[in-house]
Design a protein around this ligand. Structure first.
Ligand SMILES: NC(=O)c1ccc[n+]([C@@H]2O[C@H](COP(=O)([O-])OP(=O)(O)OC[C@H]3O[C@@H](n4cnc5c(N)ncnc54)[C@H](O)[C@@H]3O)[C@@H](O)[C@H]2O)c1
Length: 404
């Protein structure tokens, strides 16, 4: 059976390869020609899929990347995995979902099953994707529609597409049945919910739960600092309670395509319904203000000014051991440091170039201030500690550095 996965990024490529593993013949469709060419020559841009694994499925002809809509004509199952960012005015931007739906509506020449894995607000499958595809489909073509929000956590070695429970729901019972049959071949635990809207909202709530709790612990870090109490010891102490508490740790903020973005999809629909999403809005504010709070502290502890001082920021990616810099709080940190007149360099062995500059090698004692924004396991911890007399670690993982 032929499957197309629309979008070959952090979500789409792993899904495509898992479907190929299950024996489907998979087209990894992406509009980015460079990505398509690299994938077809065996070069993966996603750390969860190795080049050797990709080559295995290219050779067995179970997987091929394409940007040609003609390759979609005889596809029976399509999975949409395209970005769902925020617009400049911080509203849900469904342009990629709409474009993927248009491509499918125009290209599919057989009735099939269309599953959305992209994260979006409740009603996206029913009111956006299905109507676009139906309006563009040829006579006699009648598709089934379902949602199965992706929960992949890039770089997580314990939880994969296979063993992470997967929610799903179809617009019709037939769509649900076919969706179960599809994922059953490569996912261990499928959970059907009563409507696509429940699945869509559950996904937003999962990430909102993280966003709000991260903001809460970030605020605690600011409060305990003012009170002269260790936030890390406080959290460890609280975490000894065996029930009713979940541990979150403070940091520079939140990054990536999910936590800083998805809650705003929920607040958007809440506002449309006349309800203010107070927690989400406040959590956004607290998380976005963390870099400025940290710069304020660094300034105070370094003679009241950072003007003309060399500052090293270690970690450009938003989380450890991956190269993703989308929405990284390091960006806000660097902007805040530059506002104070600091001369900023950054170091991240996983991110070769970013913001029009390149990762620097660390020089011993060169810097007035070093800030550890993110700590990858490949980073030279001893060298970071030697880079400056003042090393502030925002991750809580570098022994010997100042902590939040
Ligand atoms: N990254 C994560 O950890 C993660 C986890 C769970 C869910 N999600 C959700 O999954 C969705 C995809 O995120 P991602 O991180 O994989 O994005 P990504 O940017 O890594 O990949 C998306 C790909 O889609 C392609 N694309 C865009 N429009 C297209 C179109 N019309 N046709 C074909 N290809 C198109 C882009 O070129 C890109 O390669 C988002 O809704 C995101 O919120 C992401």
């Amino acid at each position: 059976m032929k499957v197309a996965v629309i979008g070959q990024g952090y979500v789409g490529l792993p899904i495509a390869i898992h479907a190929a593993t299950a024996g489907y013949e998979v087209i990894g469709f992406d509009l980015n020609l460079e990505i398509v060419n690299n994938l077809n020559s065996g070069k993966s841009h996603i750390s969860d899929i190795s080049d050797s694994e990709l080559k295995k499925y290219l050779e067995s002809k179970k997987y091929r990347a394409s940007s040609d809509p003609k390759d979609l004509e005889d596809v029976e199952i399509s999975v949409i995995a395209v970005p769902t960012p925020l617009s400049e005015d911080r509203k849900p931007d469904l342009a990629f979902v709409e474009s993927a739906s248009q491509i499918l509506g125009k290209s599919l020449k057989k009735s099939g099953l269309i599953i959305n894995e992209s994260t979006s607000y409740p009603g996206t499958l029913r009111n956006v994707i299905a109507p676009i595809i139906k309006s563009l489909s040829g006579d006699g073509i009648s598709h089934e529609f379902a949602i199965s929000p992706e929960r992949v956590d890039p770089g997580n070695e314990n939880w994969s597409i296979k063993n992470t429970a997967r929610l799903f729901a179809g617009l019709t019972p037939t769509a649900s049945e076919k969706t179960r049959a599809f994922y059953d071949k490569f996912c261990d635990n499928l959970i059907e919910v009563s409507s696509p809207e429940v699945a869509e909202t559950a996904k937003l709530f999962e990430n909102t739960f993280r966003q709000v709790n991260i903001a809460l612990v970030n605020e605690l870090a600011l409060i305990t600092r003012d009170l002269g109490i260790s936030v890390h010891e406080t959290i460890e102490a609280a975490a000894s309670k065996p029930y009713g508490f979940m541990k979150f740790t403070p940091g520079l903020g939140v990054g990536g395509h999910c936590i800083p973005v998805d809650p705003t999809y929920l607040s958007y629909v809440a506002e449309l319904a006349g309800r203010n999403a107070n927690f989400i809005n406040l959590a956004n504010k607290v998380n976005l203000e963390m870099p400025a709070e940290i710069v304020k502290r660094i300034k105070n502890e370094n003679g009241g000014s950072l003007k003309g001082k060399e500052v090293l920021v270690c970690g450009a990616a938003y989380k450890p051991d991956i190269s993703d810099v989308r929405e990284t709080p390091s960006e806000i940190l660097i902007e805040e440091l530059m506002k104070e007149g600091a001369i900023v360099s950054w170091h991240d062995p996983l991110v070769a170039s970013w913001r029009g500059s390149k990762s620097v090698e660390i020089n011993t004692k060169k810097y007035a201030v070093t800030i550890v924004a993110m700590l990858h396991s490949v980073m030279d911890k001893k060298l970071i500690l030697k880079s400056s007399d003042y090393v502030l670690d925002c991750t809580g993982k570098l022994e010997g550095a100042k902590k939040l």
